[in-house]
Design a protein around this ligand. Structure first.
Ligand code: AVJ
Length: 322
């Protein structure tokens, strides 16, 4: 077992994104990737354990049940690159199945150093797997992994947990095309996607009665306070989850309860909020099966197989670069 990490630093990009998002002329917004600092990542782990939020468990069930079948459909040898490994828990099944075939490199690509360390601890015991962690944005990391592969090695890219749903449409299609461009024909992408389901079920999942998702969302303001020395008063904002019928996506917003002005010294910025004005912090798209096949094809993949969960509509899609 080998474990190493390639690191980076993001403060200036965070400042630029906060500035751009909060000075946006119409809808204020903050990129959802910033929800995942240490506190946010820990809160997301709790969300995944909530009865109302079935997404992560569905993803895990599918990977556990079908790992043999998935791996049997892959060429050999493969190098595994995972975009946003999180804790790494659900990746174990695929890695064990691959490790049973042969010694395999696993390259988690993750912007959170804590999540990266956790995933290395979680999966470090699998005998035939060597872990090389990349503290990078997804595409930068994937480019590096692709550049290091040797002739004859195929790539398996894992993009699990329906993170793809956090992109806008058509940014999801563009992202898949960019992934495809880094791959060679015959490489594969295992894509986890949350599927359409009744709106009341979604509202419960994104506004749980315990308030964990509210804390997860509000932590973004707390993070700006911690890292950029801002003076957001968290009690003056409230978590809102709504379903956008037009885009087919769940949205999270933070709604200002009153008129207020917030200063963010490290971003050299002061922002005024009107009563009920919101900051849009996340979209989480819910796919139809048809839409998925379209998306995959348009990006230059063919769908080798699809596995669905019967408790919580979710699909694991094995896409092969055409
Ligand atoms: C981790 C991106 C899949 O969109 O459902 C959970 C994040 N947001 N509750 C999602 C999230 C609110 C989650 N993903």
């Amino acid at each position: 077992m080998v474990t190493q990490t390639i690191t980076a630093s993001y403060t200036s990009e965070f400042v630029a994104d906060v500035r751009a998002g909060l000075t946006h002329p119409s809808q204020k917004e903050l990129p959802s990737k910033y929800l995942y600092d240490d506190v946010g990542s820990a809160l997301f782990e709790v969300i995944s354990a909530l009865p109302e939020y079935g997404l992560t468990r569905a993803d895990e069930r599918l990977l556990r049940r079908h790992s043999q079948d998935i791996v049997a459909r892959l060429p050999s040898p493969v190098v595994v690159a995972e975009l946003g490994s999180g804790s790494g828990k659900k990746t174990r099944w695929i890695l064990e199945a691959l490790g049973n075939r042969q010694q395999t490199y696993y390259c988690p690509i993750e912007i959170s150093p804590t999540a990266l360390a956790m995933c290395q601890r979680e999966l470090g015991d699998i005998e035939a797997i060597s872990i090389v962690g990349f503290e990078r944005e997804y595409l930068d990391g994937l480019l590096e992994v692709a550049a290091r592969r040797e002739d004859g090695e195929h790539l398996l890219v894992l993009f699990l947990g329906s993170t793809i749903g956090n992109f806008d449409r058509p940014a999801d299609a563009k992202f898949l095309r960019e992934v495809r461009r880094i791959l060679r024909p015959g490489d594969s992408l295992l894509l986890g996607t949350d599927l359409e389901k009744p709106v009341p079920q979604l509202l419960d999942a994104y506004d749980d009665p315990l308030g964990v998702t509210a804390a997860f969302n509000l932590n973004l303001l707390a993070r700006i306070n911690r890292e950029l020395h801002a003076d957001f008063i968290l009690q003056q904002f409230e978590h809102v989850a709504r379903f956008n019928e037009e885009s087919g996506s769940m949205e999270m917003h933070l709604r200002s309860r009153c008129e207020q002005t917030v200063t963010i010294p490290r971003a050299n910025l002061s922002v005024t909020f009107l009563p009920d004005e919101t900051i849009w912090t996340e979209s989480s798209h819910k796919y139809s099966r048809h839409e998925l096949l379209q998306l995959a094809m348009a990006a230059g993949f063919r769908c080798e197989a699809q596995w669905m969960d019967d408790e919580w509509p979710f699909a694991e899609n094995l896409l092969i670069a055409a």
